[in-house]
Design a protein around this ligand. Structure first.
Ligand code: PLP
Length: 368
């Protein structure tokens, strides 16, 4: 047989593969460890809402049936939680799918998107997939947003401005005032995608997840996920809220059965489980402070976070220290892919997991 000569689209050459944190089983196998904890993907250490688990079990006998193409029940639960119309919601196969769908719905070849840097990698991925040009705007001092620089980058071809608040991996937010001023200054043809995947963990009055701005009529699309505070990362479900016209366009490119039946049921149950959300938030708020204290004692610089992860500076040999932590059974995320070669991003775990992390860090820092 001759070698395969079928060529993939040229844009694929510019795509960077997503680099997830190493799974627990892989580290166990590679390093021969039994006890391994993962603080690399910002998951909820309390696990899924028990109500979501019940909903999933109840649905198992009906798995021969296709899921609801409109995710009606999940949408209804989301609509009532946020006080909006079901027509303003799209339910997706994780928040990631929403980013791909938005890219497919709005980006022609040669269009531009504006992306802060460092941030979640999927925005750039979606843009490149569609052959759009990606303009990255560095965050300012202290990883703060720079609305002036964002505005200065806008052209007639700009279709989407991505804002992640709290931003992954820095944990910083774009406060309500500057966000509103940015929205008021942007030309009408620009869609703002506000990724508020981590909104539940914010402890700052001057914050909006975008809902009030959508209500006021701005061309803003808000991304949310069930993977983080709701503890459902494994089942893949997220959603977008925005003006009906925007949602309609995105619905045009979605596959009919994009969200599986179990995910739809789990989402509807999880969003109603206020108690689980509250427990998850309080855990993060308390442990975040405890981790700051521990990092200070270890002489490590960190960025104060409005989220369930903290960016910690481990210094010039951060990569080596990241690997040493792994050898001690603690998986964190190395910052190299974000151009933060001296940093790691560490999720806030359960108190026991955080104890183990602190202990491992102490040994690594003291060269044990
Ligand atoms: C985790 C995350 C998402 C969504 O993740 P899914 O698991 O695909 O729902 C979106 N944006 C950011 C910034 C995230 O960290």
């Amino acid at each position: 047989m001759s070698p395969i000569q079928v060529s993939a689209r040229t844009v694929l050459q510019a795509l960077q593969p997503y680099s997830p944190g190493k799974p627990i089983w892989e580290v166990q196998k590679e390093l021969g460890l039994t006890e391994v904890i993962k603080l690399a993907s910002n998951e909820n250490p309390l696990g899924p809402s028990p109500k979501a688990l019940e909903a999933i079990s109840a649905l198992l006998p009906a798995l021969h049936q296709y899921p609801d193409a409109q995710s009606f029940a999940a949408k209804a639960a989301i609509a009532s939680e946020f006080g909006i119309l079901p027509e303003q919601i799209i339910v997706t196969n994780g928040g990631d799918e929403l980013i791909t769908l938005v890219s497919e719905a709005f980006l022609d070849h040669g269009d531009e998107i504006i992306v802060p840097s460092p941030t979640f990698s999927e925005y750039e991925f979606g843009g490149r997939l569609m052959g759009a040009n990606v303009k990255t705007i560095p965050l300012a001092e202290g990883y703060r947003y720079d609305p002036e620089a964002i505005l200065a980058a806008v052209t007639e071809r700009t279709k989407i401005v991505y804002l992640c608040s709290p931003n992954n991996p820095t944990g910083t937010i774009l406060e309500t005032g500057p966000l509103k001023r940015l929205l008021d200054s942007l030309p009408q043809h620009v869609l703002v995608m506000l990724d508020s995947a981590y909104s539940h963990y914010v402890t700052c009055d001057d914050y909006t997840d975008g809902l009030e701005l959508i209500r006021s009529g701005y061309p803003l699309l808000m991304l949310k996920t069930f993977s983080k505070v709701y503890g459902l990362a494994g089942i893949r479900v997220g959603f977008g809220i925005g003006p009906q016209e925007i949602i309609q366009s995105i619905l045009q490119v979605k596959e009919p059965f994009n969200v599986n039946a179990l995910a739809q049921a789990a989402a509807a149950a999880a969003i109603r489980d206020r108690e689980h959300v509250e427990r998850s938030r309080s855990l993060v708020h308390a442990e975040r402070l405890r981790l700051y204290e521990a990092y200070r004692k270890l002489g490590l610089e960190y960025t104060e976070s409005m989220s369930n992860f903290i960016l910690v500076r481990l210094g010039p040999d951060a990569k080596q220290r990241y690997e040493q932590l792994m050898q001690k059974g603690v998986i964190v995320r190395y910052g190299g892919a974000w151009g933060l070669s001296e940093c790691v991003r560490i999720s806030v775990g359960s108190p026991e997991e955080n104890d183990k992390l602190i202990h491992a860090l102490e040994e690594v820092v003291q060269g044990k």
